[in-house]
Design a protein around this ligand. Structure first.
Ligand code: PRT
Ligand code: ZN
Length: 224
């Protein structure tokens, strides 16, 4: 990779990818994304895009492998807590909270569960992809529980007898409803954010960021 080109990590395919590409396009960045490769070079600006899984984006930024990244605050905060616990570098700064990717991380139980509050989950198994965010919330509630780590199909865990409750992302609530679950506690509210690595950038790269930011600001204002 060319050291002089600004490196931005975005989700390759998923809920954030279309919006990210739209954002860059709106900033005047011309991309050739036809071939689904790891790296895409902007044609008219010194920018290289890294197309990766969203879970990898915070680490790439915190390790200084890329200069910028767009990721959900849920993934960012979870990675931050995990890396801090493991003594890994976890520095970054948020350049902009974006107006897409909105969702909430919530606890949910089966309709027939007699839920009286987080204390109803004392000693229970909770399926989640966000064990750190869940633990922080439950610690604050003074409730101990067993975490069942699942990276997919979290919503079927109660029916499958794998867990008593779940902690998963919700946007419309349709997935919970379809699985006979009821949302009980919102534990984290999230949107996509543009983050920057903590390392000092060469002037040329910083100038590209200084050109992009007002454009992003303008795009978001236009959509309000
Ligand atoms: O492959 P990769 O690892 O990159 O993608 P992924 O499958 O891990 O993530 P993806 O594309 O599903 O989500 C990327 C990001 O979008 C998340 O980290 C959130 O920041 C944001 N986001 C916004 C959501 C949702 N809304 C959302 N509804 N992420 C996931 N969901 C899922 C949720 O997990 C549940 O399965 O959608 C379902 C619930 O939706 P509703 O509308 O039925 O409530
Ligand atoms: Zn992911």
């Amino acid at each position: 990779m060319d050291q002089n080109r600004l490196r931005i990590a975005i989700q390759k395919s998923g809920r954030l990818s279309t919006e990210c590409q739209k954002l860059l396009k709106g900033c005047g960045v011309k991309l050739n994304l036809r071939e689904q490769r790891l790296i895409a070079h902007a044609e008219n600006m010194p920018i290289d895009l890294l197309l990766v899984r969203d879970d990898d984006i915070p680490g790439l930024v915190m390790d200084g492998v890329v200069d910028l990244g767009v990721v959900g605050e849920n993934v960012l905060e979870e990675t931050l807590m995990e890396r801090q616990a493991q003594g890994q570098s976890a520095d970054y700064s948020v350049l902009k909270r974006l107006d897409f990717g909105g969702c909430r991380l919530s606890l949910a139980v089966a309709q027939e569960f007699d839920y009286q509050g987080p204390e109803s989950l004392e000693g229970k198994r909770i399926a989640t992809s966000y064990p750190w965010l869940l633990k922080r919330y439950m610690d604050r509630q003074g409730v101990t529980f067993k975490s069942v780590m699942l990276n997919g199909s979290v919503e079927v865990a109660p029916r499958a007898g794998v867990a008593d409750a779940i902690c998963d992302l919700v946007s419309t609530g349709a997935t919970l409803e379809a699985n006979g679950l009821v949302e009980t506690d919102v534990i984290f509210r999230s949107k996509a954010v543009l983050i920057q690595s903590a390392s000092t950038l060469p002037t040329a790269k910083q100038q590209v960021i200084d050109r992009l930011l007002p454009r992003i600001q303008g795009l978001q204002q236009a959509r309000e």
